[in-house]
Ligand binder design. Structure first.
Ligand code: Z5A
Length: 214
């Protein structure tokens, strides 16, 4: 694949529920490890002990009256801790970081889904992260019903999973809108068989490694 080994890269996976983020996160990690590329796998909200505690609050169905702005601020509180204590140090050590969700989920869920002002989210993003952004964002796209069907067999739903199809339609549309903003986004049709999805992802990762990715 000809990966440039010296420089860490930050890859995020995005999309609504059940699109295959976790499955493909593991696929990318195995792909990189098979080429001796050091990598760290992580997720949001979460990724550090403090951020995981915030995640527990965010996903707790008992917190049904959480204000949308409280939710937004907790997402960024968890993210700041995650970026400073895990993501930046790993990248500085030359590792590739593969993260299940990042700020694009905040735009999609709290912005497009909860209808909070996108400019407010951008202000918080700049405040918390400065100019720090992923090198590559894979947006896995799938009709909402199909994603929900894929995860239907799981146990009790968390606070986000309990949202309506209408909410998730807005989230999906949000991700597709975001993907038009910058060449770092690549949309992958997640309705295809897993092998086809993973062949597409492997091609995109190879481009990133060779430095030809936008
Ligand atoms: N959230 C937010 O609101 N704002 C933010 O800023 C952030 C997050 C960062 C965290 O959930 C919640 O936080 C999230 C948004 C909110 N809530 N929702 N919804 P999460 O990310 O931990 O949970 P999730 O999105 O619901 O993940 P998931 O349900 O685990 O889905 P997934 O990781 O994308 O899917 P998967 O587990 O890899 O695959 C699901 C199944 O489909 C599994 O059986 C696979 O084997 C199968 N699969 C995968 N790909 C295929 C293909 N191509 N064909 C057939 N079957 C497949």
């Amino acid at each position: 694949m000809g990966l440039i080994l010296q420089k860490g890269r930050f890859i995020t996976l995005e999309g609504a529920e059940g699109v295959g983020k976790s499955t493909n996160l593991n696929f990318i990690a195995e792909l990189l490890e098979s080429q001796d590329v050091p990598c760290v796998v992580t997720r949001e909200p979460g990724g550090t002990p403090l951020a995981e505690r915030i995640r527990t609050i965010l996903l707790d169905k008992a917190e049904s009256d959480m204000h949308a702005m409280t939710e937004l601020l907790l997402m960024f509180a968890a993210r700041k801790q995650h970026v400073e204590s895990l993501i930046r140090p790993a990248l500085a050590a030359g590792k590739w970081v593969i993260c299940d969700r990042f700020t694009d989920s905040t735009y999609a869920y709290q912005g497009y889904g909860r209808e909070l002002d996108l400019a407010t989210i951008e202000t918080l993003e700049n405040l918390c992260l400065g100019s720090f952004r992923p090198d590559l964002t894979l947006v896995l796209d799938l009709p909402v019903g199909r994603g929900r069907d894929r995860v239907a067999a799981r146990g009790e739903k968390d606070r986000f999973e309990s949202e309506s199809d209408k909410f998730f339609d807005k989230v999906r549309e949000g991700f597709l809108q975001l993907a038009t903003r910058h060449p770092r986004y690549r949309v992958v049709d997640a309705s295809q068989p897993l092998e086809t999805v993973q062949a597409a992802i492997a091609g995109i990762i190879a481009e990133l490694g060779s430095g030809s990715h936008g």
